[in-house]
Design a protein around this ligand. Structure first.
Ligand code: ADP
Ligand code: MG
Length: 760
């Protein structure tokens, strides 16, 4: 960016405006210019007042119907009640003051027939929506242009409506943008879109596009500008990914070709010992992976597959191919519990093949080492030795595997399970542990729609396991209104019935202690007393929802593990049933013990936080009750319920909710109850997160590099940009003659990607 765009707003606009804008995360001229209008008001078309959601910060275009001032009935003071309309519907505005005279100012302006922009938090008064003390602007009044002609002109132009907040309304952002935009010249605004791409699509410069979106004369103009900026975002992302792909392709890797039939190794022995036949998908993906591994450039593959689709076997077969060629594989899991579980699973699947070098072990066997932060000194030393000597063909662990003192004899493959908990740098750190760049297989159970895969994981080749191995009974999901006593009673009866049938039940709560802060985000205790640090935090998007919804006064407190476990122990419905607990603040040994007592059936009901979210596998678990389900995101609930119905008995998931019908939270839960198709859920999830027609406070001012691009809706733009970007990068892989593009990439890629990973 040039100096011009880097200029702090404090200098360009003065402290007052700059401070207000800073609350929206906007600090520099460049950032203000990228604070694009959320939408445009049309003075001839009013905002649909039917779409206003309680608690939301909105900006609307409406017409004043009438306004009256009166004294309050039961208290001193005066009230002005105005009614504005979109035609069929009304919304009331109220202003309070000590004396009627103090309301004269508003009364003079809010005269019938006038059009205005009104902004505030949507409240409820006796069943109807209202804005209390809204900020507003009457169109044609209040601006610097005080002559009639410019008032008329202004009244006919689209009104940019900016993501705003209580600290600064949309119409004060508009003049600020004008102040910084008007003096700019072409050379002040570098354009990441190369001229060749602009010419191909008949697009103007970036500066023109900024003028188009911020100061349009008509709808066509802002649409043109917005489309061009959207393509630019897609292009920069795709160019970044193309650069990454090109860079990875250029790295040398050791080819790990599969053994031939006349020289069978551990993979062949394993295949022969498998108690089930591979699904078609497992075979197909397995072949792709086998080919990738046999090349001398690093595999970069993302394997998606629903929970239970059998990704572990695919990964294990890839690891064995590498072991067969003399190399080692590292298997990274997001938590210690999962790492330990994976090590157990892998050893069980391998049987005698995992006892390489031991008496009674298979001749072609290897060893599976587990390396986590909680190992005792002796066990740790042994695992480190096995990794360094190569005795362990497979090393399973968490982030601990990334620590400097873990050495491998010959690391050939890195498998990352549940990618969304691992950052890009961590992956790179692990890859740095090998002589040549290791092959990489990333696995995720979060289904990723095609365009998201192209956008966020565009530097990885993707494969998917779409079928679930036969013999799974599936799962039914119901929403249980928390206030409905009959349903609640039935919920615990169902739990009791399942337990009586020899099954297990999970009860999931959003926080641990009843006196923890009443926000879902801190509920599971990151950094809490000595707890392990890689455990069970809720993802950031939940935190976001929690905050937005937490502003509402009518929230009931979140249920907590300790409290719910106590209640259930004392309840008649579950009398005589052992009830265990599991959460991230428990010492690792207690967690393991709780998990194995649950798995064995000794304690058939487990009240826990979201620790059970990823990968935990207890086939006898058939029912899951999720408290405060409305505070969780779609993909997390989908992951959670994937814990039940994994065996041959059908699963049941009961989502206990306090969400009012029609709210986004209720819609999320209804969607989950309707479908178990992970791809559909992922798409709905993305849709629900993009903005509605009115401005939501939770949406405004978030520092995201994707401002205009919507990965679900803009599939065409993304595809076009991908073609353009691939071409530009192929011609100039170092982007030597594309300074602006290079700068834009540095700025954009990482935050975007990390943001998705955190949310997913
Ligand atoms: P994921 O990691 O994709 O959630 P897993 O790899 O843990 O799924 O597999 C879930 C369960 O299904 C495991 O118990 C595994 O042994 C079993 N499984 C995997 N592949 C098959 C198959 N082809 N047929 C039957 N069972 C399978
Ligand atoms: Mg798994």
């Amino acid at each position: 960016m040039t100096a011009r765009l880097d200029e702090p707003l404090r200098r360009a606009l003065g402290t007052r405006s700059a401070n207000a804008l800073e609350k929206l995360g906007v600090r520099t001229v460049g950032e203000l210019l990228q604070h694009y209008p959320r939408r445009y008001g049309d003075p001839g078309r009013l905002t649909d007042l039917g779409g206003l959601a309680l608690g939301e910060h909105v900006t609307i275009v409406a017409q004043v119907q009438h306004a009256t001032v009166r004294r309050m009935r039961n208290r001193p003071g005066a009230i002005l009640e105005a009614v504005v309309t979109d035609g069929p519907r009304q919304l009331s505005l109220t202003f309070f003051a000590k004396h009627p005279g103090a309301l004269r100012y508003h009364e003079d302006r809010l005269t019938p027939g006038r059009l205005g922009l009104f902004t505030g938090v949507v409240g409820d008064y006796r069943g109807s929506r209202q804005l209390a003390h809204p900020d507003y602007k009457i169109i044609g009044m209040d601006d610097d242009a005080d002559d009639a002609e410019s008032a008329v002109l202004e009244a006919s132009r689209p009104i940019p409506i900016y993501p705003a907040s209580a600290s600064i309304p949309s119409w004060k952002i508009q003049p600020a943008v004008r102040t910084v935009l008007d003096p700019l010249r072409e050379q002040d605004v570098p354009d990441p879109l190369p001229e060749s791409v602009r010419t191909r699509h008949g697009l103007g410069t970036r500066l023109q596009a900024l003028r188009d979106v911020h100061e349009p004369y008509d709808e066509q103009q802002w649409r043109r500008g917005r489309d061009r900026l959207r393509l630019e975002e897609a292009f920069v992302l795709q160019a970044a990914l193309a650069v990454r792909r090109a860079r990875a392709d250029a790295e040398p890797a050791t080819a790990r070709a599969p053994r031939g039939v006349d020289d069978p190794g551990i993979l062949a022995a394993f295949d022969a010992s498998l108690p089930f036949t591979l699904t078609g998908g497992q075979r197909e993906v397995g072949e792709q992976v086998a080919e990738d591994l046999a090349r001398s450039r690093p595999m970069q593959r993302l394997l998606q597959g629903e929970v239970g689709s059998g990704k572990t076997v695919v990964a294990l077969r890839a690891m064995l191919q590498v072991v067969d060629s003399g190399g080692q594989a590292a298997f990274l899991a997001p938590t210690e519990v999962l790492a330990a579980q994976h090590a157990r699973t892998l050893r069980a699947l391998l049987g005698p093949l995992a006892e390489g070098g031991l008496l009674g072990g298979a001749e072609e066997g290897t060893r599976v080492a587990l390396l986590t932060g909680t190992l005792g000194a002796a066990a740790r030393k042994e695992a480190l030795l096995d990794a360094a000597s190569g005795a362990a063909g497979i090393v399973v662990g968490t982030h601990a595997l990334l620590s400097e003192n873990v050495q491998f004899a010959d690391l050939g493959l890195v498998v990352v399970d549940e990618q969304h908990r691992f950052g890009v740098e961590q992956r790179d750190a692990l890859r740095a542990k090998a002589r040549t760049s290791p092959h990489l297989l990333v696995m995720t159970a979060t289904p990723i729609p095609r365009t998201v895969a192209m956008t966020v994981f565009g530097d990885l080749e993707t494969s998917a396991l779409t079928e679930i191995p036969a013999g799974r009974a599936g799962i039914t999901t119901h929403v249980v209104p928390a206030a409905n006593e009959a349903w609640t009673r039935r919920t615990w009866e169902r739990v009791r019935e399942e337990v009586a049938a020899g099954h297990r039940a999970y009860v999931v709560c959003a926080r641990i202690h009843p006196d923890d802060p009443d926000t879902a985000d801190r509920s599971t205790g990151r950094g809490a007393a000595g707890g392990s640090d890689d455990f069970d935090e809720l993802p950031d998007f939940l935190l976001e929802q929690g905050e937005a919804e937490g502003e509402r006064p009518d929230r009931v407190p979140l249920r907590a593990v300790l409290e719910v476990a106590e209640e259930l122990r004392g309840s008649a419905a579950l009398a005589g049933v052992e009830i265990g607990i599991l959460h991230g603040q428990m010492p690792a040994a207690d967690k393991d013990a709780a998990m194995s007592r649950f798995a064995s059936g000794e304690v058939p009901v487990l009240v826990s936080t979201t620790v059970v979210e990823v990968g935990v596998d207890v086939p006898e678990a058939t029912v899951m009750v999720v408290h405060d389900a409305d505070r969780f995101g779609i993909s997390q609930l989908h992951q959670l319920r994937g814990r039940v119905g994994r065996g041959t008995a059908p699963g049941l998931c009961l989502l206990v909710s306090t969400a009012a019908p029609g709210t986004p939270a209720a819609t999320r839960l209804d969607t989950l109850a309707r479908t178990t198709d992970g791809f559909e859920l992922a798409a709905v999830d993305l849709e629900l997160r993009s903005e509605g027609d009115v401005l939501g406070a939770a949406q405004s001012g978030r520092a995201s590099s994707l401002r205009l691009l919507r990965v679900v809706k803009d599939a065409d733009v993304i595809a076009t940009a991908r073609v353009d970007a691939t071409e530009v990068v192929a011609d100039d892989p170092g982007l030597a003659s594309h300074d602006a593009l290079r700068d834009a990439i540095d700025e954009q890629l990482d935050p975007q990607r990390e943001e998705f990973l955190e949310r997913a």
